[in-house]
Structure formats: C-alpha cells, structure tokens
Design a protein around this ligand. Structure first.
Ligand SMILES: *Cc1c(COP(=O)(O)O)cnc(C)c1O
Ligand code: SF4
Length: 336
C-alpha cells in the first residue's frame, strides 16, 4: 500500500510519547505559561479533585501570561471549581442508570455507547464524566466480551459509539481487533468514534489508524471535539486532512463554555474553520451540570441568541444543533 508522505507512520509511537509527556503538575503549567502565583496555588488545590492533564502540543497553542486564554480555561484547574453550586452533581446525565453491562450505555434507540477506557488526551475541566468511576484501562478485547455479547443479542442496535475517556488513547492493534469483533455482529452498520485526539495530539492520526478505519465493514464516523478555532492550527488541520482524504466522515461537537466560546465571532470562526477542514459542525452542547463546572455555564437564552446570529451569517450546514442532554429523554433535546 502507498503511504501518503504526510502520514507520520515512521514514528507511530510519537503520539504515545506525547501522552506520557503531558503536563500533570499545575506548577509546571503555570510557570511555563508565566501565570501569577495566586493562580498556581488555586490550581494545585483544584487539581486534587480532578487532576490536571494537558498534552504539550496543545499547551504550545496557549498565549503566555494570559489567564483568560480560551484554550487555557479548558484545562487549568481554578478556585471556582471548589464553589458548591445548586443543581450540579457527580453524575449529571444519569450515566450510571443507563449501563447495560460494564462499560455499555444504552440510552437511545439504535445506538449504544461503549466506554472503552477512562484515559483521555486531556482533562477538560467541564467534563461531564470528570467523576465517572472508570475501572482499569482494558488490555485485551476479552474485557469487552460481555458488552459485545449484549450488542450481538439485540438486533435493534445498528451503531456502536466508541467513547470513554477517549478511545484513541488505546493502541491501534487493540482497536482494530475490537472493530473486527463488532463487524462480525450482522445487525451492526456503523462504528462511531468520539475523540479529542486529532485536535490534542494530531500525530495520533497514523497510517495504522487510517488502515483499520478504512478496512472495517462498518461505516466509520469520527466525531471530534473542538471548542475554539485556535485549537485547529496547522498540525490538527493536517491530521483532519488525513482522515478526510481517507474518506472518513468527520463531525464536530462543541460545548458552550463561558469565557471560552460564548460569543458570536468565536463560534462563527470555529464553524468556518471546521467546514474548511471538511468537518461538519454537529452539536453545540449546553453544559452538563457536573460538580465543579458551574463557572462555565452560559444561560440557554444566551445560547439561543448565539445560534440565531450564526444562522443569520452562515450556510445552514455550518450551524450546529444546539442541544442539551436530559436524563431519561429518548435523544439529546434540541433547544432551537
Ligand atoms: C449522546 C449519546 C449518544 C449519541 O447521540 P446522537 O444524538 O446519536 O449523537 C449515544 N449514546 C449515549 C449514551 C449518549 O450519551
Ligand atoms: S476528552 Fe472528553 S471525556 Fe476526556 S476529559 Fe475531555 S470532555 Fe471529558
């Protein structure tokens, strides 16, 4: 097979090195980014509840000395996280009630979500699973056997979503084997992957990844998660280009975050950038009310204004669906 020259196949483990080298110490992050000492002290405390984890390629995109940088706000533990807030809880979307077998969530008709791993390429401070009781990272496909049996026994399921955590923190041979097991289930049609890795560690889009995505009988769909146009610089753009060139449909989810992307110009620039990179804006999520993330909440009324402004200025396909997850609802709930 001919390998496109841009594909970093010669160093398929470079992305794993990037995960190993990620910044975990709030002091290191604050010093590197030249942040004031009071921010450092608060970051140390808030990281006790949900540790800091930030890959260096992403940190490189953050402006030095600017505590308000929209990329920094997504990863920096803040004193605000320690403030109790009414209505914010550990399991805001009732994931635990939706578990059908270990790691398998079945909330919506026709599709199931498989928690493949607890590991991520980044710890997003607003993550709705920041308190999720993940078990050990799987080392073999056997650990998914009960979930695969469940899926095989229910012919109403047509799509499996690999989620987590972030499934692309797992190595390709393991993922390829999982995809192969799933492809043997006759009623499955699609394999969806929810991942931040093409944005956080673009080297993750290796030749091996493209090979199994292209090789499976199932229709692959990759859903990335970008919140701000500044996340989509040259190397992320190249990684997304490799996926698009391989014929993989690409979608994006964004979380509406106060102080990150709650303004018209940022959301327009994000949609324009995504479409340019052949990624279709899919969902704009109202924040899930997870404990520690109240300071990110944007009122729904503001979200509706933003969507109206986007609709007035962008082609229809570039306007994401503004949705919220309501526990017990049969799908994500549209807000417009
Ligand atoms: C959000 C979610 C999905 C996917 O919903 P779509 O509207 O198909 O994108 C599937 N399963 C679970 C458990 C979810 O939380
Ligand atoms: S990448 Fe996704 S699952 Fe991981 S911390 Fe961020 S929002 Fe949560």
């Amino acid at each position: 097979m001919i390998v496109p020259s841009r594909t970093p196949e010669s160093e398929p483990r470079r992305w794993q090195q990037a995960l190993k080298n990620a910044i975990r110490d709030p002091r290191e992050l604050c010093r590197l980014l030249e942040l004031p000492p009071e921010i450092e002290a608060a970051a140390m405390r808030a990281a006790n509840d949900f540790p800091l984890f930030a890959p260096r390629p992403y940190v490189d995109l953050i402006e030095r000395g600017n505590p308000a940088d929209p990329l920094l706000r997504q990863i920096l533990p803040l004193a605000d996280e320690e403030q109790p807030a009414d209505g914010f809880s550990d399991d805001p979307v009732a994931d635990l009630a939706a578990a059908r077998s270990p790691g398998l969530l079945h909330k919506y008709e026709g599709r199931v979500l498989l928690i493949t791993t607890g590991a991520c390429a980044v710890h997003c401070r607003y993550c709705f699973r920041r308190h999720f009781p993940y078990s050990e990272t799987p080392r073999s496909v056997e650990q998914w056997a009960p979930a695969i049996d469940e899926i095989a026994g229910d012919s109403s399921i047509h799509e499996v979503i690999l989620s987590g955590g972030d499934p692309l923190t797992l190595v390709d041979p393991l993922l390829a084997e999982l995809a192969e097991c799933l492809a043997q289930v006759p009623h499955l049609q699609r394999l969806r992957i929810h991942t931040r890795l093409p944005v956080m560690i673009p080297d993750r889009v290796t030749h091996e990844l493209l090979a199994w995505l292209r090789g499976t009988r199932l229709t692959p769909i990759v859903v990335i998660h970008a919140n701000h146009p500044a996340e989509l610089q040259a190397s992320a753009a190249a990684a997304l280009g490799r996926l698009a060139d391989a014929g993989i449909p690409l979608l994006n989810q964004t979380v509406l975050l106060r102080g990150v992307n709650d303004d018209v110009e940022t959301l327009i620039a994000l949609s324009e950038r995504l479409v340019r990179l052949r990624v279709m804006p899919y969902y704009l999520h109202q924040l899930d009310r997870v404990r520690g993330a109240a300071h990110f909440e944007t009122p729904i009324a503001r979200g509706l204004e933003l969507i109206a402004a986007l609709r007035a200025r962008l082609p229809g396909y570039a306007v994401p669906h503004y949705v919220v997850e309501q526990p017990g609802a049969p799908s994500k709930t549209g807000l417009t």
